[in-house]
Design a protein. Structure first.
Length: 95
């Protein structure tokens, strides 16, 4: 089904799609839907992925892309690819 959808999007001149897995940790699991697989247009960024699942950016702490931490200032410029694993954690606070 996904391959067929991918071909249709290309035939209509729309961008390629990428499927990735988003794992939400801690209190962010309330935003989890289904198995965490999300389909986005090719070239989508971390910011766009967070918006797609509805996680408010002010409730996000460390973000890991394929086991590498990505700093918040790079979220808007980091493009996601097919099969990427995005792990999103709530802010870490200490006392």
């Amino acid at each position: 089904m996904a391959d067929r959808r991918q071909r249709l999007w290309r035939d209509w001149g729309w961008p390629d799609l990428v499927r990735l897995h988003i794992k939400l940790i801690g209190r962010l699991t309330e935003y989890q839907c289904g198995d965490g697989t999300v389909t986005l247009p090719g070239g989508a960024t971390i910011n766009e992925a967070l918006s797609e699942v509805g996680v408010p950016h002010d409730q996000v702490g460390p973000v890991s892309l394929n086991d590498s931490i990505i700093s918040k200032d790079r979220w808007g410029g980091t493009s996601l690819r097919e099969g990427d694993q995005l792990t999103v954690m709530p802010p870490i606070k200490g006392g």
